[in-house]
Design a protein around this ligand. Structure first.
Ligand code: PEP
Ligand code: MG
Length: 578
């Protein structure tokens, strides 16, 4: 009999394989006392396990695919650093010594006490660190228990590819499993904006998250079909279902082959409107991948990654070199976002703990509070602008005052450069990310202070719907199609058009081709996304009739009946056919 399960699809595609359940953070940990004479030997066993775990991670780090988002390398780096941290290494050794217990038990106790400390801190970023402690501990435990092969699917090359079913997976696990040719991932926890989900998407591995109880309901070795778009898992499918999904797989393969021919085609809609296709990058090297899929420029360069995983801030010269590298790697204009730290992205500054970090001293607010640090970035950006088409983008703008203050600091930096005889683009464009509802609502006024807008839908959705984007308990509420979100997007696009400034979208919504007809209908003309999604979205653009979509979208947004609205939206997202 077939079993049909549903959760959140985070990486599209269909996979058919055999269930392979993995137990990670929930390993069975033995607890026993040791003799005083065995203590040093036990500590040595623990030290060796740390060394082995570190080597495993280094190997994984060296095998990260070139098109993987750069956060993945940063993530592995964080885990490596954690394995060197005395609160993990020396503290466990001392527990073994004092309590005369086995290494696994000592590590378990230390990990639990670290997790307790993080749990008491009401901070999203530290919550992520808490998960890191759990993941790092699980890796060392697996080595101690000689269960590293838990992550080895052990399947023969001729058998059906494994579908991994786990509580949750780290990006490092995903890379390791990808190398073993897994067909799909199903996890009991996690959300669409987690690093693991982002990685699964860029590796094009179907994935479904948040399927609670998956390991209880599914049995090792049984055949399952995973639909990473709908978020479905079908266990024990009958012949009809197998045939249906095999057909869909073949169709997807043909589609991918067909997409590659679009690389050098301009993104022109069926009714002749030119749409601009841009890339999001996190590190200068990512710009090379972007060029590989024929982007027309960079719509978002997240500079905060320059500041992460280090003790000090990057100097003006170091930033200048990074900005130059991006400018040199792509042909079109490059939009560089100023530092967006805070909330879940911090550099370990000893700031006091905010009660609601996502609503606190983040992004432009932090930069305006620390003008000395901001000035270094602005000088580097201005100097790079003398050598290519560069635009400065300010994150999390919520007031006109912030635009004014930022513009004032930029003007001051220009005066300094003039005095020093250093070149820059005097007409450099300065724009705002629209990611706070207040900015979208005030867009007509804000436009007077901006040369362009860019819709950051990841945060716009978070702030509009009051849902923490990294909290997996409520990510089922994360809905790009909520009427409030669509109204704010429309208002921003309309305000930009009325003011004669460009409006792009660089949030994840722009990279999902199910939304392309709707966004085109709303009047969006610039899309910026991870390079892996670009050709697919370009294809959706090329098959669209924008005049027709505009009429349908306007009629849709005027609907007040919830059912009619949902049906209309579904019809619009179905507009795209392979
Ligand atoms: C966004 O909020 O949509 C965005 C692109 O910025 P980030 O995801 O870096 O917050
Ligand atoms: Mg944002």
């Amino acid at each position: 009999m077939s079993l049909w399960l549903s959760a959140i699809g985070v990486s599209r595609g269909v996979a058919i394989g055999a269930v392979h359940r993995i137990y990670g953070a929930d390993l069975d940990i033995p607890e026993y006392a040791i003799d005083a004479g065995q203590v040093e030997q036990e500590i040595e066993r623990f030290d060796t396990a740390i060394d082995d775990a570190r080597r495993q991670l280094q190997t994984i780090g060296a095998q990260i695919p070139r098109n993987a988002p750069s956060e993945i390398a940063a993530f592995i780096q964080t885990h490596l650093l954690m394995m060197e941290d005395v609160t993990l290494t020396e503290a466990v050794a001392s527990r073994i010594r004092v309590s005369q217990c086995n290494a696994e038990w000592a590590l378990k106790q230390q990990s639990e006490s670290l997790v307790d400390v993080f749990d008491q801190m009401d901070d999203n970023y530290l919550r992520t660190r808490r998960d890191d402690v759990i993941h790092v501990t699980a890796r060392i435990q697996r080595v101690l228990l000689k269960q590293e092969r838990a992550l080895d699917t052990g399947d023969t090359p001729d058998g059906p590819p494994p579908v991994i079913v786990a509580d949750e997976l780290t990006p490092a696990d995903i890379i390791l499993l990808h190398q073993q040719g897994v067909a799909a991932f199903v996890t009991e926890h996690g959300g669409p904006l987690s690093h693991s989900a982002i990685l699964a998407r860029s590796l094009r591995i179907p994935a479904v998250v948040g399927m609670h109880e998956a390991r209880r309901l599914l049995v090792d070795g049984e055949t399952v079909i995973v639909d990473g778009e709908a978020g479905h898992v079908l266990a024990g499918p009958d012949d009809g279902a197998l045939e249906f999904y095999q057909h869909r797989q073949k169709r997807d393969e043909r589609y991918q082959r067909m997409l590659s021919v679009l690389r050098d085609e301009p993104a022109v809609s069926g009714d002749g409107q030119r749409i601009t296709m841009l890339a999001n990058v996190e590190l200068p090297e990512d710009a090379v991948d972007a060029q590989d899929v024929g982007v027309e420029g960079i719509g978002l360069y997240r500079t905060e990654f320059l500041y992460m995983n280090r003790e000090d801030s990057p100097s003006e010269e170091e930033q200048l070199a990074a900005y130059r590298q991006v400018l040199a790697s792509v042909d079109g204009p490059v939009t560089i976002r100023t530092l967006d730290l805070g909330a879940d992205k911090t550099v370990g500054r000893p700031a006091k703990m905010a009660t609601n970090p996502a609503l606190g001293l983040r992004a432009i607010r932090l930069c305006l509070k620390e003008p000395a640090m901001f000035r270094i970035q602005l000088r580097a950006l201005l100097r790079a602008s003398g050598e290519g088409k560069l635009r400065i983008m300010l994150p999390m703008i919520s007031t006109i005052q912030e635009m004014r203050q930022a513009r004032h600091l930029i003007a001051e930096a220009k005066i300094e450069l003039d005095k020093e005889g250093l070149a820059y683009d005097p007409a450099i464009a300065i724009g705002a990310m629209i990611e706070v509802p207040a900015a979208a609502l005030a867009a007509p006024t804000l436009a007077k202070y901006c040369d362009f807008f860019s819709l950051g839908t990841n945060d716009l959705i978070q702030y509009t719907l009051a849902i923490d984007r990294i909290d997996d308990e409520i990510n089922y509420l994360y809905d790009p199609l909520h009427p409030a979100v669509l109204q704010l997007i429309r208002m921003t696009i309309d305000a930009g058009r009325a003011a004669g400034i460009s409006v792009s979208m660089c949030g994840e919504m722009a990279s999902d081709n199910r939304y392309t007809p709707l966004l085109l209908g709303l009047g969006l003309t610039e899309f910026s996304m991870h390079p892996a999604s670009l050709l697919e979205v370009k294809r959706a653009v090329m098959s669209a009739n924008i005049a027709h979509l505009s009429q349908r979208t306007a009629a849709l947004l005027a609907l007040t009946d919830a059912n009619a609205y949902r049906e209309g939206l579904e019809a619009l997202t179905r507009e795209l056919r392979h």
